[in-house]
Design a protein around this ligand. Structure first.
Ligand code: AHM
Ligand code: MG
Length: 337
């Protein structure tokens, strides 16, 4: 790449390709990028929390210290609630919809769903965590945004992406014109375009799943795993390497860059799976589709599922299209309903 492209410049360039754009959507993406920078700053200091005060303790100003996931949630809400661009929000950390103050909601045309800090149980071990977000257009005509605005199938997403807080901080997003990745330059405080037009490599390298749960999986998921390991008795295949961070964004991102599949199937303890449809599975499904991949619950595309509640769970298989289609085949062959 011969010149630096900041995320602001990139968003603006994309806006120019849409003469009908009003700029509202662009500003919404800026707000998300800024929230990501604030959360990145705090996650970097997480290891110092014992020194500087952790959740449940009181800081020097006499304020209660927040847990990082609460902090991330409040940051996202604060950055977006007053912008006038959003009609309603929903988050993994909030039980109901997050209404926008009356005076700011009613012109908002967009709906923001997010998981502010996914994999936060990994923070104590200094392992990568992430933020996942999805943006819809509102479907209610006017007034405050509604629950129905938040319960749209992934096919209706206008934009989606994630932030990974790791050795570097990256923001990866799509507006339906491919997937671009930006790396935060901490000295500039800018996200720079480092991974334009991300696509899953044609030849996958990895599979990612919590195999300790295998005893609780269906026969289809078990047979699929044998196949990924090159041990299926009927269908020889090249074995993939196993990698599992236990942070969805980190596992997804590695598989996007190196090729592979992440899966968290239904099991006898979690018959509907563990992950959440609206703000974990659907946004990543949109990113995957735009990167040439696929996401499925094992029987149907994640993007086709109409959510019926905010925190609904779903089984998830996501990554290289060929690997996800294989999962569907194994499930169809070995599992009854
Ligand atoms: P969370 O939303 O409570 O953080 O849970 C989601 C996380 C994902 O990041 C990760 O892929 C998965 O749960 C790990 O689950 P497990 O510990 O059961 O393997
Ligand atoms: Mg989560």
């Amino acid at each position: 790449m011969d010149r630096l492209i900041t995320i602001e410049r990139h968003i603006l360039n994309q806006e120019h390709e849409h003469p009908e754009a009003t700029g509202v959507f662009s500003n919404l993406l800026y707000d998300i990028a800024l929230a990501a920078k604030i959360i990145a700053r705090e996650t970097r200091r997480a290891g110092l929390s014992q020194l500087l005060g952790m959740a449940g303790t009181v800081n020097v100003q006499g304020e209660q210290q927040m847990k990082l996931d609460t902090f991330a949630n409040e940051t996202f809400i604060r950055m977006n609630a007053g912008s006038g661009r959003i009609a309603v929000m929903a988050s993994e950390e909030s039980s109901g919809i997050i209404p926008i103050p009356e005076e700011r909601c009613c012109d908002g045309r967009y709906v923001l769903l997010f998981d502010p800090l996914d994999g936060s149980s990994n923070i104590d071990a200094n392992v990568s965590v992430g933020t996942i977000f999805g943006i819809y257009r509102r479907i209610s005509e006017s007034g405050p945004g509604t629950l129905e605005d938040c319960l749209q199938p992934g096919r209706a997403l206008a934009a989606a992406g994630y932030v990974i807080y790791s050795t570097s901080t990256m923001l990866v997003y799509t507006t339906g014109q491919g997937v671009d990745g930006f790396t935060l330059d901490p000295t500039l405080g800018e996200f720079l375009l480092t991974h334009p037009n991300l696509r899953f490599p044609a030849t996958p390298a990895y599979y990612s799943a919590n195999q300790a749960n295998e005893q609780f999986w269906s026969a289809g998921a078990q047979r699929y795993t044998r196949w990924l390991q090159g041990m299926d008795p009927d269908e020889p295949s090249k074995p993939l390497a196993a990698r599992y961070v236990g942070s969805l964004v980190a596992d997804f991102h590695r598989n996007l860059v190196g090729g592979g599949v992440y899966y968290y199937p239904a099991d006898t303890r979690n018959p509907r799976g563990k992950l959440r449809l609206a703000y974990e599975a659907a946004p990543l499904a949109f990113v995957a589709q735009q990167a040439g991949g696929l996401a499925s619950d094992g029987r149907q595309p994640i993007l086709d599922i109409q959510p019926d509640s905010l925190h609904q769970r779903t089984p998830l298989f996501v990554g290289n299209r060929s690997l996800v289609e294989r999962a569907e085949q194994f499930i169809q062959r070995y599992d009854r309903d």
